[in-house]
Design a protein around this ligand. Structure first.
Ligand code: SRM
Ligand code: SF4
Length: 598
């Protein structure tokens, strides 16, 4: 495969079922097929691509769980019992056709399908903010997307008024597309299938996008290349995003991340299940992983995950994940939505019982695991990079470089995404890697092409490779522009506040200061992970309720990661009130200095 980058050429993935190399080879073949068929007006039906058994998520629940759900389950559990979400793709086809025939309007569709069930297929009705249109959440394991895929997505979105569409890079290194209508939805699904991009099981009670290191395979300090395992996990859990019922009826959402080194690019500590490499054997090259469980951010509570103190080689990651998901599916609490995340099961059993059960099942399936780390195994100590991935960086491959670029609060217009795909074609062999900080990396740039890529107007003017300190780590959730749960507008405000602060303050060491905005206590913008987190909350001004924020302080990444804690409550978003608080914080805790003219 002459098109393979040197970083992947000779790599054999230990995880077996779907290796990265095969995925890339397939993707390129698909690329050619796709362009060959792209202009044909007939969309032959490539759906369904589900498991041939056609069982549903409900069928995978034990009789005891089914019984207890029917007796004591919450509202969503009852809804799943009526018609399991793993069949939502059929609803998409059905409603799409009905709408195209002109016999029904989207408003006639039962709300439990329109607003809830379709989320199992990745279609989120924006009922409050853009009624009749959908946000579609993809599944991009390890955050990898290719030029031809992005271009084809742009081409699809061009059928709409471009003012109403855009792409958002998410805090799970994923993409969301906006403005899609249900009458086009089945055609869109077929396009996604042709492109080998998944979107099924990206919402509701499913495992979310599998997060891996955006520097996988190119990081000079890396212990482990996460791409193969992220694809293999996605394959096992969601049939590469095309739907797999085994884990489609969990008690609640479930987050998984796989790290590559102590360089914290995955935020493992806030995932329900994370695998972080801790050691590499000098002789065999085998990497051992720490298993972390029970991390979450939610309105009710925020917890960093706990170490299970049980170590596994890379070859056991799939088995451990399957075991943990089966335990969660079969024993997770299903009576209240607020207490059904995995951490509540871990606590109701206790960490020791959970560990013993996982170990028992591993033993039963003859899977390798260790109870202690041996002396002969070398500990790693990579520098902490986190959000410092910007600009031109050397890769582990001689003569190759990656370019880290900043996307203001993760949003791209269709034109920008299209132009980015062209840049990737010209400089990074077509590959784009998304980060959990809502930015991107262009990998594998040849030395001879560096000058050219740095001159690209899109990267000089819009997606800067030299962002200012407050932009380097700026993250924002969707907020009230599109999210019905939002208490405040976030993305525009986040940008505006950062620009104003840059006009007033100097940051002598130029280091990233990670500021995260999140529009409500669900904390999709991961406020507790940030140095400074701003969370939408009610505030009072002159006795009246206004948009405000609670401020979190002290989130740290890396091996000693810590969640930020509440620092101030109810500050009005009006800059008259918010600006002085931020200036004081940045001066006191982050070495900022007022500019001389202020
Ligand atoms: Fe989230 C619900 C957006 C990452 C915790 N999240 C939502 C919904 C679907 C609500 C809705 O229907 O409107 C938001 C869609 C808004 C929209 O139009 O975009 C939404 N969440 C997002 C994204 C797009 C924020 C972003 O701008 O990046 C992220 C999509 C990630 C992805 O690609 O899958 C996103 N959400 C997160 C994270 C961060 C993470 O995963 O690391 C969290 C906290 C971590 C966690 O889950 O432990 C998060 N989202 C929630 C919750 C609270 C969950 C809980 O257990 O209480 C909800 C509400 C719910 O599930 O009931 C929620
Ligand atoms: Fe919506 Fe709240 Fe999540 Fe922001 S944090 S995307 S406002 S649910």
């Amino acid at each position: 495969y002459p098109f393979l980058a040197p970083s992947t050429k000779h790599r054999r993935m230990p995880c077996g079922s779907l290796c990265y190399l095969r995925t890339k080879a397939l993707s390129v073949r698909r690329h050619n097929e796709f362009f060959a068929s792209a202009d044909s007006s007939s969309h032959e039906n490539v759906l369904p691509r589900l498991d041939s058994s056609f069982s549903t998520g409900w069928d995978f629940l034990s009789k005891t769980t089914q019984q207890s759900v029917l007796e004591d389950g919450n509202k969503i559990e009852k809804l799943k019992a009526e018609k399991d979400g793993s069949l939502a793709w059929q609803e998409i086809q059905k409603y799409s056709q009905m709408l195209r025939s002109g016999n029904v309007d989207w408003e006639d569709i039962p709300p439990e399908d329109l607003d809830i069930r379709l989320k199992w297929a990745g279609f989120f009705h924006r009922k409050k903010r853009a009624p009749g249109t959908f946000m579609v959440r993809l599944r991009l394991p390890n955050g990898v997307i290719w030029d031809y895929q992005l271009k084809a997505l742009c081409r699809f979105l061009r059928r709409y008024d471009l003012q109403n569409t855009c792409f958002d890079i998410t805090t799970r290194q994923n993409l969301q597309l906006r403005g899609i209508r249900l009458d086009d939805a089945s055609i869109f699904l077929e396009e996604l299938h042709r492109l080998e991009i998944g979107c099924f099981q990206s919402g509701m009670d499913n495992v979310r996008n599998i997060v891996g290191s955006p520097l996988a395979g190119i990081d000079p300090y890396e212990l482990y290349d996460t791409r193969g395992i992220c694809f293999a996990l996605d394959e096992m859990i969601s049939n590469r995003g095309r739907g797999k019922p085994d884990f489609a009826n969990l008690p609640r959402k479930f987050n998984i991340a796989v790290g590559s080194s102590s360089t914290d690019t995955v935020h493992g500590h806030i995932n329900d299940l994370a695998f972080l490499p801790v050691a590499k054997c000098d002789h065999s090259g085998i990497v051992l992983f720490d298993i972390l469980i029970g991390g979450l951010l939610s309105p009710k509570r925020n917890e960093a995950s706990r170490r299970l103190k049980l170590w596994i080689p890379e070859s056991s990651i799939l088995a451990v994940t399957r075991i943990v998901l089966e335990i969660y599916r079969d024993f997770g609490l299903r009576n209240s939505r607020a207490t059904s995340r995995f951490v509540y099961l871990v606590e109701s059993w206790g960490l020791e019982r959970m560990k013993a059960e996982i170990a028992r099942r591993l033993e039963e399936s003859n899977v390798e695991w260790f109870t202690s780390l041996k002396d002969s195994i070398v500990d790693h100590s990579a520098p902490l990079i986190g959000s410092e991935i910007f600009g031109v960086n050397s890769q582990r491959q001689q003569g190759r470089f990656f370019l880290g670029c900043h996307v203001p609060v993760g949003r791209l217009t269709v034109e920008e995404a299209d132009a980015l795909a062209d840049i990737a074609s010209n400089y990074s062999e077509g590959e784009i890697r998304l980060t959990v900080d809502q930015n991107f990396i262009l990998p594998n740039i040849d030395r001879t092409k560096i000058e050219g890529v740095l001159r690209e107007p899109l990267l000089r003017e819009r997606f800067s490779y030299e962002p200012k300190p407050l932009l380097k780590g700026l993250v924002s959730c969707t907020g009230s522009q599109f999210c019905g749960l939002a208490l405040i507008e976030t993305k525009n405000r986040a940008m505006e506040l950062s620009m104003v602060l840059h006009e007033m303050l100097d940051f002598p060491d130029g280091q990233a200061i990670r500021i995260h905005w999140t529009g409500c206590p669900n904390s999709c913008g991961q406020a507790q992970v940030a140095n400074i987190g701003l969370m939408g909350a009610p505030a009072k001004r002159n006795g009246k309720l206004v948009e405000g924020v609670d401020i979190y302080l002290g989130g740290k990444l890396g091996v000693n990661s810590t969640l930020g804690t509440l620092y101030r409550k109810g500050i009005p978003c009006d800059f008259k009130y918010l600006l002085p608080v931020m200036i004081e914080l940045l001066q006191t805790h982050f070495g900022a200095r007022l500019k001389s003219h202020i």
